[in-house]
Structures are given as C-alpha cells and as structure tokens.
Design a protein around this ligand. Structure first.
Ligand SMILES: [Fe+2]
Length: 291
C-alpha cells in the first residue's frame, strides 16, 4: 500500500483502582453502556457502531494505558507498521488482537513512550438511535508533551494525520473530517490532559451536563465553545481524577481548510478560551488533574 494512513479514533484505555466504582460512574453518570467484560477489563460503548469508546482496566491509579486508532484494513495496518518501523519508531509487529472486539493491529509508541494500538477488522455493533443525553463515540484525546511539534510531526509523517490548527500552546491533528482526533499541548510531562466524548447535539450535551451536576459532578469548565474546532464543551473530573469532556458540533473539515497558525488564534484573554465569553476558566481542580 503506497500511502497507508490512520482513518479514525476508536477508544481510550484507562487504568483504574476499582473497576466496579469506575464502571458504575461511566454507566450511570457519564452515559456509556457496558459492551463486554473480560478479565480485569470492562469495555464501554456509546450509541455509535464502535465496539467500545472506553476500556477500564483494574490495576492501579490513574494512567492512560493506550489510545486506539483505526486503519481501513489489514493491508493498511501492515503498511503503517512497515513505514513506522522504517523511520525508526518504536513498534511491535502486527498480530491478531485479543479481547472481545478482536481485530488485527500493531502497537506504536510515540516519542514520549505512550502506547497506541492501530487496528482494523474490529467487531462493530449495530448503531443505536442517538440518545437525548448519551455520547455517541469518543471524539478526541488531548495529550501533554514536552515537544508537541515533534509529536504532531511524527503522526503526520508516519501515520497520515494532517495538521488542522496550531495555536500558541496546542497542535490539533486530524485523521478524518473531524477537526481533530488528537491534540498535543505543551506541558512538560507526557501525561493525559483529557478525553472528549461526542454528544449528538448541544441539547444532549446540556442534558448530560445536567445529569452530571445532579449526581454530584459539577462542570469544571464550561459550558462554552472552543476556538479551534468550534466545538461546544463541558469538562468534568471523574472519580479517579481523569478529566473528561462532553463535546458537540465539532467542526467538519476537508483539504480545503486553511491551516491556522498561532497568529490566527490570538483571542482576548478575558474570553478564557470560550468564544461565547460565557464560561469561567478551568477550575483549579481540573487544572491539577490535566497537568
Ligand atoms: Fe477537548
């Protein structure tokens, strides 16, 4: 395959200290649904067709275990592996994958040592009708990195991502028509910043945020509308310190999109990252958990 590329974001995998507590939160507070359980891992889905949007593995405190990315078929998986290997990336050879979704894939480590699984041929569900207050799928992950430009360049050069926007502190890269699947932000430690889940509408985001508030999880930032991506956001902190976001109306882009550079994204500081100028800035609690 001459130009293999990643074509989507599938899921994230969190390590948690107590699988029952975490599963209960993501089912009843966050609005996902258990798709499968195997060993010490629970797989949770949205209403979309992806087998799962989030995997929770019991075994310790907060740690992002993996980000899972899609390729179209086995030839694309093999092609991406060979390309990454050829350029000296840290990879593990493709194989049939274990777990309830099955599939075929390989492991890729980024410049900070984070693990990604790039796969094809995973089991899918029949898509459910959109719910009034539940996520459809994972939307994006934001990762802290001491050298975000090197990180995004590697994903562009080796995995077929495209740069959508670069601000003074974030690189937004895409692998589909969604404005971004991954964003790297300049924070000196290679940790997880947050994971966003897509709500089918602004109204659904508000119903979800309302349920979170009513069940003891106040909004830590939002509701607001971001600059890059133009998506509506509401951020929360889960019981284990993971920062999670409901998002809606993310901008759809194609190759005609003019890549924004830092000078294009200068905004008045008093807006605090919200185009509407409505949201206060991120809470101290959220900031502590994104660093
Ligand atoms: Fe986000």
């Amino acid at each position: 395959m001459s130009n293999p590329k990643v074509t989507g974001l599938r899921s994230a995998e969190f390590r948690v200290p107590d699988i029952k507590v975490a599963t209960r939160f993501y089912e009843f507070n966050w609005g996902l649904e258990v798709a499968a359980e195997e060993g010490n891992t629970v797989y949770l889905r949205g209403t979309g067709k992806d087998h799962h949007a989030l995997a929770l593995s019991e075994g310790g405190d907060k740690k992002l275990l993996a980000v899972n990315l899609a390729a179209d078929d086995k030839a694309a998986v093999d092609g991406l592996y060979e390309k990454a290997k050829g350029f000296g990336a840290s990879v593990e050879a493709p194989k049939e994958l274990r777990g309830p979704a099955g599939g075929y894939g390989f492991i890729f480590h980024d410049l900070d040592g984070r693990q990604y699984r790039i796969s094809s041929d995973l089991a899918e569900h029949e898509e459910k009708p959109s719910a009034k207050d539940r996520p459809t799928k994972i939307s994006h992950v934001v990762l802290n990195s001491p050298d975000r430009e090197a990180q995004s360049s590697q994903f562009i050069d080796l995995l077929g991502f495209k740069l959508t926007d670069r601000t003074g502190y974030m690189d937004f890269i895409r692998c589909s028509t969604d404005h971004h699947a991954i964003a790297y932000t300049t924070i000196d430690r290679p940790t997880l910043n947050h994971v966003a889940f897509e709500m089918p509408s602004h109204d659904a985001l508000m119903f979800g945020a309302g349920r979170m508030k009513q069940t003891g999880y106040p909004t830590e930032w939002g509701v607001g509308r971001h600059g890059p991506g133009n998506n509506i956001f509401a951020y929360f902190v889960d019981p284990n310190g993971y920062v999670i976001e409901y998002t809606a109306e993310v901008q759809q882009v194609d190759d005609n999109y003019k890549v924004g550079m830092p000078e294009d994204w200068v905004r008045p500081a008093e807006l605090k990252g919200d185009n509407w100028g409505f949201a206060d800035g991120a809470s101290d609690r959220m900031r502590a958990h994104t660093a």
